[in-house]
Design a protein around this ligand. Sequence first.
Ligand code: LMR
Length: 340
Amino acid sequence: MVFTARSAFIQLQRRAFSSTATSAYKVAVLGAAGGIGQPLSLLLKLNQKVTDLALYDLRGAPGVAADVSHVPTNSTVAGYLPDNDGLKKTLEGADVVLIPAGIPRKPGMTRDDLFNTNASIVRDLAKGAAEYAPNAFMLIIANPVNSTVPIVSEVYKSKGVYNPKRLFGVTTLDVLRASRFISQVQGTNPVEEPVPVVGGHSGVTIVPLLSQSKHASIEGETRDALVNRIQFGGDEVVKAKDGAGSATLSMAQAAARFTDSLLTSLEGTPVTEPTFVDSPLFKDEGIEFFASQVTLGPEGAEVIHPLGKLTPYEEGLVEAAKADLKKNIEKGIKFVAENP
Ligand code: LMR
């Protein structure tokens, strides 16, 4: 594999907490008092590259801000509510905006079942970001990511501020799960188990490329079970939480890691990892967004890499992913057209 050599992967895991800041970055979290927002805010406070942390939510953000502000790293923290221009104050000057806002799944629900509630939440926050932080890098965590990312792109297009290099769906949790789950099968250290995961962020749209891991020879039932667990890892957590939500802690870690990759790239060290972006890979098939290895740089998504050599099994997974993805993306685009 080309981009995830072992040493680079280990560095990626260690980087955030050991870095010496060389630049100043304001990072805004929209939905900071929620299940993902709180641990994410803590992890961002611990990241030495973040110098200003702005936390926004309908309720509770000032409290979360006061709490994490006591963590002794050298950054300012402010918490805002909608009144007194809170969203504007949160967003103005932001270099990076993360949106974990929205409701989580309950057992038996798919991510798509969240669409009716989360689509309008993300649309409205995107409108704010288009106005107050149009050049910020926008990282979408709110589900269904396969649809909410297109929603943001449509809002930005309608406001004339869309830069496809600056919009990302965070799929890092699929990458982390792939490393973790393959290490459990192999009895190895997950830190040393890079696995590219492409496609999207739900069910069969999550496509782990095991042939590009260190265990290309995994076949048969072991492979099928592993792929299934990676694709439906989110359901494991939803089920275990038994009505109290979905993954929050691991998702926060995933989003914090992707943020760190982006900030590292902005500082001049390009990082390559999977993320869901406006992608040329399958546009000729009407699929506007796709997750693949992306090299991040000062402009954002600077190089979108092709999928590389796939096995026939993986080609089948990609075909299945494309069918669902197309529908998910079209749903987001249609939503904004009908509900501008
Ligand atoms: C996850 O992958 O854990 C998140 O997308 C939350 C969910 O609904 O599964």
